[in-house]
Design a protein around this ligand. Structure first.
Ligand SMILES: Nc1ncnc2c1ncn2[C@@H]1O[C@H](COP(=O)(O)OP(=O)(O)OP(=O)(O)O)[C@@H](O)[C@H]1O
Length: 243
């Protein structure tokens, strides 16, 4: 299904944060949102997730109002419950989300597939930052939603862990056939992961850059001349704003 945001606007305390914002995201696309701090990226994801209501405009899946289960939202903080093991954290949606029943065995299968089986009984405090983000991402997948909304999932990780996570995420996404909207401040990350990058200009709108690099993407691509060209183009567009 195709996600449409049509002339969506939102204000906090009468301050316009998102103005007349329109985008279309096709099923299975990987789309990144970048823009200066405070440009409204997190607000846009929260509007799509249904955590905030647009003041005007509408959000549609094809032509219908999305159902509550359409989106899996991963906020900036991973929000794993500290008293629950990895397995118990991953069972959460099966326990609380009507119509989304999966078993512990299903979760174990996911943990095996994603190389995390040995962490099943660990508590969040025993996990590294990267490992916590992997579990939080798995939990987002287990919502069963077609569209995953990921708010800067790797922002707090060191460069090496980040590289591992990007590879891991791409390998899972290639299997999944899910749509991903991904916020990042890291231009290389946006280019390496995305089919398209949306550059958010506060109050002015959105620009788009299509990334025509072949898939599967390899980490080594960040050293290519093409990557440098995309990077320069992005930097220019973020800094210049819209005419
Ligand atoms: N709960 C809130 N109440 C009032 N203003 C808010 C609230 N949350 C965010 N804002 C304001 O809305 C604007 C957009 O915030 P948002 O978090 O969407 O930006 P962002 O582009 O995701 O920023 P960053 O890249 O720093 O995460 C900012 O000016 C912020 O101060």
């Amino acid at each position: 299904m195709t996600l449409h945001l049509e002339k969506v606007s939102f204000t906090y305390d009468h301050n316009p944060i998102v103005s007349n914002f329109s985008i279309t995201v096709e099923k299975g696309e990987f789309v990144s949102l970048i823009g200066k701090s405070g440009s409204g990226k997190s607000t846009i994801l929260k509007l799509i997730a249904g955590l905030l209501q647009p003041k005007t405009g509408q959000i549609l899946m094809d032509t219908a109002i999305p159902s509550p289960g359409s989106f899996g939202y991963m906020p900036q903080q991973n929000l794993l419950l500290p008293w629950r093991t990895v397995l118990e954290n991953l069972m959460l949606h099966s326990e609380i989300q009507k119509g989304n029943n999966y078993t512990k065995e299903d979760v174990r299968e996911w943990l095996r597939k994603t190389g995390l089986a040995e962490w099943e009984n660990a508590l969040p405090k025993q996990l590294s930052g990267g490992m916590k983000q992997r579990i939080a991402f798995l939990r987002t997948i287990l919502t069963g939603s077609e569209v995953l909304l990921l708010d800067e999932p790797f922002g707090a990780l060191d460069a090496f862990t980040k590289r591992d996570m990007q590879k891991w995420l791409l390998s899972i996404w290639q299997e999944l056939d899910k749509t991903i909207l991904f916020i990042t401040h890291d231009l290389e990350e946006a280019i390496l992961l995305s089919d398209r990058i949306l550059i958010i200009h506060p109050q002015q709108g959105v620009e788009e850059l299509k990334v025509d690099l072949p898939r599967p993407r390899e980490a080594g691509m960040i050293y290519t001349a093409e990557m440098v060209k995309y990077r320069q183009e992005l930097e220019r567009r973020i800094t210049d704003g819209l005419d």
